[in-house]
Design a binder for this molecule. Structure first.
Ligand code: NCD
Length: 309
């Protein structure tokens, strides 16, 4: 039985198969409408989410499966002091697969160790967000036809943004990548990420001004400043509007540069960019459903009958 904790849990070849399946789902939705009949997905969300939770639920419902779960820690037994390990043992008897989001780094990993059903990390603290990364990779592969030879700009909160951490790790495995990290000094990408790039001789630059580098980029991954992970309000207020991508800035970008964003957006992309054909963030949401459908199908197939609760 397989779980998904990090995008690196799948080999590049396994990811390709997953994306092929997601594209098949995209063009033949009808073929999959009963693919999960009789199966139950549990969404255990200890931290708020709109997109990821509803995306998982929509994915399961579109394949004829059912969904149970909770959408905040307060409405689960966590509020009574139950551990994640105990909760997942119980959920294993109610559902066939579980998507878990938690404010603590590593919580879904702890759950997977005690689970008899596949567990998907749907975001753990500031650490990883593998299904957002699968969404991002599928979007890029579908729209650009490849996953190598890109100059990638990542902009905003590179310190706390888990989507960024997962995406960089995943892209490191493709050839011809160059990273440009665009952030204020206080929100730089963590050292463990730059150390990993250095050890693999993957080129990267760290800059503060978006305007200086935007003409070079093949895609620009914008992120919001992660308010909930700041220790004081003052720093957040000072940094929250550090970057605003607008129509004017887009004039200097390549004609085919994709603008990606995991959403939710706050102010970092002006709404006047939404009509630009390069704005890809709402398309990403749709790819997110297809890739989660493909993931649920793939992980359910890894469960042996004798492993089921
Ligand atoms: C991201 C997350 O939760 O990390 N959102 C998402 O899942 N699409 C990004 C964010 O909250 O800024």
């Amino acid at each position: 039985m397989r779980h998904l904790m990090s995008p690196l849990d799948f080999t590049v070849e396994e990811l390709n198969n997953l994306f092929d399946l997601a594209n098949d789902i995209e063009f033949n939705l009808d073929k999959y409408k009963n693919a999960c009949t009789g199966k139950i997905l549990a969404t255990c969300f200890y931290e708020p989410s709109t997109r990821t939770r509803l995306s998982f639920e929509s994915a399961m419902l579109q394949m004829g499966g059912n969904v149970i779960g909770f959408s905040d820690a307060g409405s689960s037994s966590a509020s009574k002091g139950e551990s994640v390990a105990d909760t997942i043992r119980m959920i294993s008897c109610y559902a066939h697969i579980c998507a878990m989001r938690h404010h603590k780094e590593g919580a879904p990993m702890v759950a997977s160790g005690k689970s008899s059903i596949p567990v998907i990390n749907a975001g753990d603290g500031g650490h990883q967000h593998p299904t957002q990364t699968l969404t991002d990779l599928l979007t890029i592969r579908s729209l650009k036809g490849r996953l190598n030879n890109f100059t990638v700009g990542l902009c905003g909160d590179l310190k706390f943004g888990r989507t960024v951490h997962s995406l960089i790790h995943a892209l490191e495995r493709y050839t011809g990548m160059k990273f440009i990290f665009i952030s204020p000094e206080e929100l730089k990408v963590p050292d463990y990420i730059t150390d990993s790039l250095k050890s693999k001789n993957i080129p990267y630059e760290e800059v503060i001004r978006l305007d200086d580098v935007i003409p070079q980029l093949d895609f620009l991954y914008m992120t919001r400043v992660q308010k909930e992970r700041f220790f004081n309000e003052e720093d957040y207020v000072r940094l929250k509007d550090f970057y605003v991508l607008d129509k004017e800035k887009m004039k200097n970008a390549k004609a085919d540069m994709l603008v990606l964003h995991p959403l939710p957006r706050v102010n970092e992309i002006a709404v006047d960019v939404d009509d630009d054909p390069r704005a890809t963030y709402f398309k990403q949401v749709q790819y997110g459903v297809y890739v989660r459908m493909a993931l649920i199908l793939t992980l359910l197939k890894t469960v042996r009958r004798d492993e089921e609760c």
